[in-house]
Design a binder for this molecule. Structure first.
Ligand SMILES: *[C@@H]1O[C@H](CO)[C@@H](O)[C@H](O)[C@H]1NC(C)=O
Ligand SMILES: *[C@@H]1O[C@H](CO)[C@@H](O)[C@H](O)[C@H]1NC(C)=O
Ligand SMILES: *[C@@H]1O[C@H](CO)[C@@H](O)[C@H](O)[C@H]1NC(C)=O
Ligand SMILES: *[C@@H]1O[C@H](CO)[C@@H](O)[C@H](O)[C@H]1NC(C)=O
Ligand SMILES: *[C@@H]1O[C@H](CO)[C@@H](O)[C@H](O)[C@H]1NC(C)=O
Ligand SMILES: *[C@@H]1O[C@H](CO)[C@@H](O)[C@H](O)[C@H]1NC(C)=O
Ligand SMILES: *[C@@H]1O[C@H](CO)[C@@H](O)[C@H](O)[C@H]1NC(C)=O
Ligand SMILES: *[C@@H]1O[C@H](CO)[C@@H](O)[C@H](O)[C@H]1NC(C)=O
Ligand SMILES: *[C@@H]1O[C@H](CO)[C@@H](O)[C@H](O)[C@H]1NC(C)=O
Ligand SMILES: *[C@@H]1O[C@H](CO)[C@@H](O)[C@H](O)[C@H]1NC(C)=O
Ligand SMILES: *[C@@H]1O[C@H](CO)[C@@H](O)[C@H](O)[C@H]1NC(C)=O
Ligand SMILES: *[C@@H]1O[C@H](CO)[C@@H](O)[C@H](O)[C@H]1NC(C)=O
Length: 802
C-alpha cells in the first residue's frame, strides 16, 4: 500500500517531541495588491506589492465600502486591476513545493466593473485558472514544485473588453515532507510519481470540527466542516478530544494537519432501531471527472481506551483502499495521527470516500478525522508498470535463476582464485533446495505457470485448489493475522502437515515486491532458525506463499499484550540466541550476506518447542559486495527498531540489523513495546529509556517484574552490556551478530552455572568453567537436518506498521 513511504523512522520521535520547532518557510511572500499599508489578515501580515510586477500595467481599485476610519481593513478591500497581460515574478530562495494562493473579490468601484471580469492565470508550467469568471469572491490554493530560482505568475483578461484583477497573492514554501514523491492508484493499484505535478486544493475537511483559518494552521491552510458533504445514509456521531492530547509522530507531524483536525472526528452513530448497525460513513464530493485527484485521508483514534479496539475498512470510490485499518497498531499507540494517500479517478460527477465496519473484526465502528482532495494538474506518470502477477513473478524467478547462475560462476571463480577450494562451505550453501523435489510437483503441474516455475527449484508449486482445500476456502476462522502484504491463514495439507498460508493482496504493489523478495531470499536460505518456505501458488494471479506452521506464534505475544504465561529468563535467553543464530547465518552464512531490515519481536516466531525462527524477508536486501561497505537504499523498516545511522545516511549495513536486535533484547527484558507514545516523553523509546538505566547499571529497575529475583546478576549484566553495545550510535562501534551470539551464550552459561551451583548449594566460587569459545557452529551442516526435522510449519504475521 502507499504505505511504502509513510512509516519511516519513529526513532526521531523523541527528538521531535522535544524540539517541535515551527516550520519557517524559506520563501514567504504575502502580497496585498493595491494596498498602501501592511494589512494583518487572519493572523498574517500582507505587505503592499513592491516591484514584483514584471510586465504589464496595473491600476489600483479600492472598495467603495472601505472605511478609512475603520480599523477593519482586509485584503479584500483593494485590488490590482489589469487591462492587459501582466506578470509577477517571485525570486525563489529554496526550490521545491510552494503554495500559490490567490484571493479574488470583485469589490465595488465604479471605475471598473469587476463583477464582469473573467481571467486566465498561468505559472511557468501550468494553467491555474482558465477563463474563469470572477463575479463572486473566490479563493484558490495550489501547490507547485518550483525547480528554478524564480516563479512567474501571469494574469490575462479573458477577452479584450474585460479586465483582470487580484486582491492578494501568497507564494509560500511547503515543507518537503508534506506531499510524497509518489502515491498509489486503486483498481488497478499502481504507484504514480507526483513530484512534477501541480495540485489544486478542492476540499480540505475537518471532520466534525470547526472552520480552521490560517491563524489556526502553521501552514496557513483552511479546513472546513464536513457536514454538507456527508451522504444522507451516514448516521454520524461527532467525537472530540482535547487538542493537546494528540501525539504527533515522525510521519504525521503538526505540519500534516493541526491538532484541532485530529481532535475531532466523525464516527458511526448508533441507531436505536438497529441492534448492530452496519453502514458506511460516506462523503460525496462533487468533482470534475476530467481530472485525477490526490486524496489524503486523516485518522486519529481519539476514543479507544486500549490498543486494537478500532478496526475498519477505508474505501475510495467504492474501491477497497485499506482493509482492516487498525490505527493503534499502525501508529503503535492511541491518539497518534495517521494518514493514507491515494490517487483517484472518477467516471461520475463526484468522488466518494467511505469508512465502514470490517466484517472480520468484531468491532462495528469507524472513524475519520480529516480529508483532503487535491485536483492534479499535469500528466500522470506511472512509476512501475507491471502486467499480471504471473508474468511478473515468472520473470523475477527467471532473474533469480540468472543471478544464481552468475553467483555460482563467480563463486567458482573466487574459489579457484583462493586456490584451496575449501572455503567455509561444502558445496553451494545458497543452492535453492527443492523441499519436495521435482518429481513430486510435476505430476500435479497441470497449469502453465506451475510448469514454467517448477524448473526453478523453489519448493512445491501448489494448485489454487489445493490451497483452497488446505485453508477450508480461506475460512476467516483460520485467519492467523493481517499484514501489509495480505492475510495469513492456518491450513492443513493433504498429508496432515500444518502450514501457514500467506495470501497476498493482488492490488498491493508493495506486496508484489515483497512477494518476489521473499521467494528469492527464502529459496536461497535454509536454516534451523529461519522460517522455511514450503511452496507457493501463483495460479490465477494469486500471490500465495506456504510456510511451516509456528505453533507458538510471534515472540511479542509471549512478552506483553496477551494472556500467555511469562517466559523464564533461561527461555528468553534461548529464544534470543536462536534468533541471533538465524541473523548470524543471514549475515555470514549465505555467500553474499543478507540484511533482514525488519528485525522485531513480531518477526521472530516460536515453534511448538519454543525454538525461535526469524521470519518475513519481504524487506531483505543482499548485503554489500566485498569492495563496498554499505548498500544505499531508501529507509524502510519498522518504527522503534530503526538504526539511527541508517536513517541519517541511508546506508544499510548488517549493523542496522544488530541495532534492531538490540531493541529486541531490551523488549525481551522489559516486556514493553519498542515504542510506546502513551508513556512520558523520556520513556517513549525503549532504546533510549533502557540505555539510561543500563548506563547507570540499574537495568534491573526497569526489567519485567516477573523476572525479579529469578535472574542471575552476572547473566543480566552480560545481557545488558550486549544490548548496550548493539544500540551504539555508530555501526562501527556495534558488535557483529557473531559477537552478539557469543555474548548471549555466555549469559546463558552464567545463568545455567549459577542455577547448577545453587542446586549443589556450593556458594564457594563464582568461577565459571567450560564457556564455549566457539559458539558458532557450522551452519551448512545444520541445514540438512532441518529439512527432515521440521515437521510442523507456519508463520504468523502480526499487523505491521508499514
Ligand atoms: C510591513 O511589514 C514588513 C515586514 O512584515 C516590515 O518590514 C515593514 O516595515 C512594514 N511596513 C509598514 C509600513 O508597517
Ligand atoms: C502600459 O501603460 C502605458 C501608458 O499608460 C502604455 O503606453 C503601455 O502600452 C501599457 N503597456 C501595456 C503592456 O499595456
Ligand atoms: C476606485 O478606486 C480608485 C483607486 O483606489 C479610487 O481612487 C476611486 O475613488 C474608487 N472609486 C470609487 C467609486 O470608489
Ligand atoms: C464606516 O464606519 C462607520 C462606523 O464604524 C459605519 O457607521 C459606516 O457605515 C461605515 N461605512 C461604510 C461604507 O461601511
Ligand atoms: C470587517 O469586514 C468584514 C468584511 O469585510 C465584515 O464581515 C466584518 O463584519 C467586519 N468587522 C467589523 C468588526 O467591522
Ligand atoms: C457589471 O457587469 C455585469 C456582468 O457583465 C452586469 O450584470 C452588471 O450590471 C455590471 N454592473 C455595472 C455597475 O456596470
Ligand atoms: C470564456 O468563457 C466564456 C463563457 O464562460 C465563453 O463565452 C468564451 O468563449 C470563453 N473564452 C475563451 C477564450 O475560451
Ligand atoms: C521537485 O522536482 C524536482 C525535480 O523534478 C525533484 O527532484 C524534487 O524532489 C521535487 N520536489 C518535491 C518536493 O516533490
Ligand atoms: C483560531 O485562531 C483564532 C485566533 O487565534 C482563535 O480565536 C480561534 O478560536 C481559533 N479557532 C479554533 C477553532 O480554535
Ligand atoms: C441509502 O438508504 C436507502 C434507503 O434506506 C437505500 O435504498 C440506499 O441504497 C442507501 N444508499 C447507500 C449508498 O447505502
Ligand atoms: C462508535 O464509537 C463511539 C465512541 O466510542 C460510540 O459512542 C458509538 O456508539 C460507536 N458506534 C457504534 C455503532 O458502536
Ligand atoms: C461500504 O462500502 C463498500 C464500497 O462501496 C461496500 O462494498 C460495502 O459493502 C459497504 N459496507 C456497508 C456495511 O454498507
Amino acid at each position: 500500500m502507499v504505505f511504502i513511504t509513510r512509516p519511516l523512522v519513529l526513532l526521531l520521535l523523541v527528538l521531535f517531541l522535544s524540539c517541535s520547532a515551527l516550520y519557517t518557510p524559506p520563501d514567504n511572500y504575502l502580497i496585498s495588491c493595491g494596498s498602501s499599508q501592511n494589512i494583518t489578515f487572519q493572523g498574517r501580515t500582507f505587505v503592499p506589492e513592491s516591484l514584483l510586477l514584471q510586465t504589464g500595467n496595473s491600476s489600483v481599485a479600492a472598495s467603495t465600502n472601505s472605511n478609512s476610519t475603520s480599523s477593519n481593513i482586509s485584503i479584500y478591500q483593494t485590488a490590482c486591476v489589469f487591462s492587459g497581460l501582466a506578470s509577477y515574478r517571485f525570486k525563489i530562495a529554496s526550490p521545491g513545493r510552494h503554495w500559490i494562493r490567490l484571493h479574488f473579490s470583485p469589490i465595488k468601484n465604479y471605475t471598473w466593473n469587476l463583477t464582469s471580469a473573467s481571467i486566465t492565470v498561468l505559472t511557468d508550467d501550468f494553467v491555474l485558472l482558465n477563463n474563469v469568471s470572477l463575479s463572486n469572491q473566490i479563493f484558490k490554493e495550489y501547490t507547485v514544485n518550483v525547480t528554478t530560482d524564480s516563479l512567474t505568475l501571469t494574469f490575462i483578461p479573458s477577452n479584450s473588453y474585460s479586465v483582470a484583477f487580484v486582491n492578494a497573492i501568497e507564494v509560500v514554501s511547503v515543507p518537503d515532507t508534506l506531499i510524497p514523491d509518489q502515491a498509489t492508484t486503486l483498481n488497478p493499484s499502481s504507484p504514480v510519481a507526483l513530484s512534477h505535478l501541480a495540485f489544486e486544493t478542492v476540499y480540505r475537511l475537518n471532520m466534525g470540527g470547526p472552520l480552521l483559518t490560517p491563524e489556526n494552521d502553521t501552514l496557513g491552510r483552511r479546513w472546513e466542516n464536513d457536514a454538507e458533504y456527508l451522504h444522507v445514509n451516514s448516521s454520524v456521531l461527532v467525537v472530540t478530544a482535547n487538542p493537546s492530547s494528540i501525539r504527533y509522530s515522525v510521519s504525521a507531524t503538526q505540519e500534516t494537519a493541526p491538532n484541532m483536525v485530529y481532535a475531532t472526528a466523525d464516527m458511526m452513530g448508533e441507531d436505536a432501531n438497529v441492534a448492530a448497525p452496519s453502514f458506511n460513513l460516506t462523503w460525496v464530493l462533487p468533482v470534475d471527472p476530467s481530472f485525477s485527484y490526490f486524496v489524503r485521508v486523516h485518522f486519529c483514534d481519539i476514543v479507544s481506551q486500549a490498543m486494537n479496539t478500532l478496526v475498519f475498512n477505508l474505501y475510495v470510490n467504492d474501491d477497497l483502499a485499506h482493509r482492516s485499518l487498525d490505527l493503534s497498531s499502525l501508529t503503535n499507540g492511541l491518539r497518534v495521527p495517521y494518514f493514507d494517500d491515494y490517487v483517484a479517478h472518477t467516471s461520475g460527477e463526484s468522488l466518494t470516500v467511505s469508512v465502514g465496519p470490517d466484517s472480520l473484526a468484531d468491532i462495528t465502528n469507524a472513524t475519520m478525522s480529516g480529508l483532503e482532495v487535491l485536483k492534479i494538474r499535469g500528466s500522470i506518470k506511472k512509476v512501475v508498470i507491471i502486467g499480471s502477477a504471473v508474468v511478473a513473478v515468472t520473470s523475477v524467478l527467471l532473474i533469480a535463476v540468472c543471478c544464481y547462475c552468475c553467483l555460482a560462476a563467480s563463486r567458482k571463480k573466487s574459489l579457484q582464485e583462493d586456490g584451496n577450494g575449501n572455503g567455509k562451505g561444502n558445496g553451494h550453501p545458497w543452492l535453492p533446495l527443492p523441499l519436495y523435489g521435482l518429481s513430486q510437483t510435476s505430476h500435479k503441474s497441470n497449469t502453465a505457470s506451475c510448469i514454467s516455475l517448477s524448473s526453478t527449484h523453489l519448493g512445491r508449486c501448489f494448485m489454487f485448489q489445493e490451497i483452497m482445500e488446505a485453508t477450508n476456502k480461506f475460512d476467516e476462522c483460520s485467519l492467523l493475522g493481517v499484514g501489509g502484504f495480505g492475510r495469513v491463514y492456518r491450513g492443513t495439507l493433504e498429508d496432515g502437515t500444518k502450514v501457514a498460508v500467506k495470501r497476498g493482496n493482488p492490488r498491493s504493489e508493495q506486496g508484489m515486491a515483497e512477494f518476489r523478495t521473499e521467494i528469492e531470499m527464502l529459496s536461497k536460505l535454509r536454516h534451523r532458525h529461519l522460517v522455511s518456505l514450503i511452496g507457493y501458488c501463483d495460479e490465477r494471479s494469486e500471490m500465495i506463499l506456504v510456510y511451516e506452521y509456528m505453533a507458538n506464534g510471534p515472540l511479542r505475544s509471549h512478552l506483553y499484550g496477551g494472556e500467555l504465561p511469562p517466559l523464564s529468563w533461561k527461555q528468553r535467553l534461548e529464544v534470543c540466541i536462536g534468533a541471533a543464530r538465524g541473523l548470524h547465518y543471514l549475515h555470514t552464512g549465505a555467500s553474499l550476506g543478507i540484511i533482514h531490515r525488519d528485525v522485531k519481536t513480531t518477526n521472530i516466531l516460536l515453534d511448538e518447542n519454543l525454538v525461535a525462527k526469524v521470519a518475513d524477508f519481504g524487506l531483505s536486501k543482499t548485503g554489500p559486495s566485498l569492495d563496498q561497505t554499505h548498500v544505499s537504499t531508501a529507509v524502510k523498516g519498522s518504527f522503534g527498531y530503526l538504526d539511527p545511522e541508517y536513517f541519517r545516511r541511508q546506508q544499510l549495513t548488517e549493523k542496522s540489523d544488530v541495532y534492531s536486535f538490540g531493541v529486541v533484547l531490551m523488549e525481551v527484558l522489559c516486556c514493553r513495546p519498542a515504542l510506546n507514545p502513551v508513556l512520558p516523553r523520556e520513556q517513549v523509546n525503549i532504546a533510549e529509556w533502557a540505555m539510561v538505566w543500563q548506563k547507570k547499571g540499574l537495568l534491573d529497575q526497569i526489567m519485567d517484574g516477573n523476572l525479579t529475583g529469578k535472574v542471575n546478576t552476572a547473566s543480566l549484566k552480560k545481557f545488558g552490556e550486549t544490548a548496550e553495545k548493539c544500540l551504539e550510535e555508530y555501526g562501527v562501534d556495534r558488535p557483529s551478530m557473531g559477537d552478539v551470539l557469543w555474548n548471549l551464550e555466555y549469559a546463558l552459561q552464567l545463568e545455567e552455572t549459577s542455577s547448577a551451583l545453587m542446586e549443589a548449594d556450593d556458594n564457594s566460587t563464582n568461577h565459571i568453567h567450560g564457556i564455549p569459545m566457539a559458539p558458532m557452529e557450522s551452519f551448512d551442516n545444520r541445514t540438512d537436518d532441518d529439512a527432515t526435522t521440521s515437521a510442523v510449519f507456519s508463520q504468523l504475521v502480526h499487523p505491521r506498521g508499514r
